[in-house]
Design a protein around this ligand. Structure first.
Ligand SMILES: C[S@@+](CC[C@H](N)C(=O)[O-])C[C@H]1O[C@@H](n2cnc3c(N)ncnc32)[C@H](O)[C@@H]1O
Length: 261
């Protein structure tokens, strides 16, 4: 684990990869899938997913998009996604890229119709320069009229802190069992919310402990809207749920749909 002052938002995900799908099947599940597949269908062209991870959304989106490109920095997360893409027979219209979203590694003239930043993805960018670099990189791959969809996890700084709470437990593939012990810390001096995760994994009687931390920050809807407008976007809609309800400050979901101008 790194100290909080040197934490980077891309850290922790390699260790999380074996447990990501297990945990998220029990948390977000498929709640946001329809929203993103609808947006991808309306975009009518290539879709780029920032921080595609293990492909929770990539596979359903790649099924409806003419072409899908996913980028992520974590190789263990991407390994799972590649296997899913092969099983779904989507390899011919899908590209998976290992890279950092702060400097998108595409050809100068490469363009897509929709960039999606789902499930708090931009909250892994822990500083203003990192967020600004990413917004600029996104502006660089969208043509005029192209869509940028952002889903933020609301108000992490208001989450109550707790220490070593035994959360989820249950069977994992291959006859293993797993339990999650989780702590939440607010590191106010760095504007971060840190999740310290400890996954206990049993194979028969043998137990392995996997420890890692994930750091996030919260950018408010007005803050992200202001930055988008500064970077060459117009905010078209702000939604408070995946069914298209209008946003309010206490909404459970913060979705911003912006258009490149
Ligand atoms: C919350 S997960 C989202 C995964 C997937 N999109 C989903 O909705 O289930 C965030 C992902 O962003 C990736 N990530 C974090 N910082 C990154 C960066 N700077 N560049 C590329 N990927 C990054 C992590 O490796 C992780 O897979």
């Amino acid at each position: 684990m790194t100290s909080d002052s040197s934490a980077a938002g891309w850290q922790g995900w390699d260790a999380y990869a074996p447990f990501y799908d297990w945990e998220n099947r029990r948390t977000i599940g498929r709640r946001d899938v329809r929203f993103w597949t609808d947006l991808a269908q309306r975009a009518g062209g290539t879709v780029l997913e920032l921080g595609c991870g293990t492909g929770r959304l990539s596979v359903p989106v790649a099924r409806v998009a003419p072409r899908f490109v996913g980028i992520d920095r974590s190789e263990p997360m991407l390994r799972r996604l590649r296997a899913r893409i092969r099983r779904a027979r989507l390899t011919d219209r899908t590209s998976i890229v290992r890279g950092d979203i702060r400097a998108l590694p595409f050809r100068r003239r490469w363009r897509c119709r929709l960039v999606m930043a789902p499930y708090g993805m931009l909250q892994s960018l822990l500083s203003d320069p990192d967020l600004n670099a990413t917004l600029e990189a996104v502006a660089g791959v969208l043509p005029r009229g192209g869509t940028f969809g952002i889903d933020l996890v609301p108000e992490l700084p208001r989450w109550r802190e707790y220490h070593r709470r035994v959360g989820l437990r249950g069977p994992l593939s291959g006859g293993r069992r797993v339990a999650l012990i989780e702590s939440v810390r607010q590191v106010r001096e760095h504007g971060m919310t840190v999740f310290d995760q400890e996954f206990l994994e049993w194979r028969g009687r043998r137990r392995t402990v996997h420890r890692f931390s994930l750091a996030f920050r919260t950018v408010t809807v007005p803050q992200i809207a202001e930055r988008l407008e500064r970077t060459g976007f117009r905010v078209d809609a702000v939604l408070g749920d995946y069914a298209g309800e209008e946003w309010s400050p206490d909404a459970q979901v913060w979705i911003v749909i912006a258009r490149r101008i």
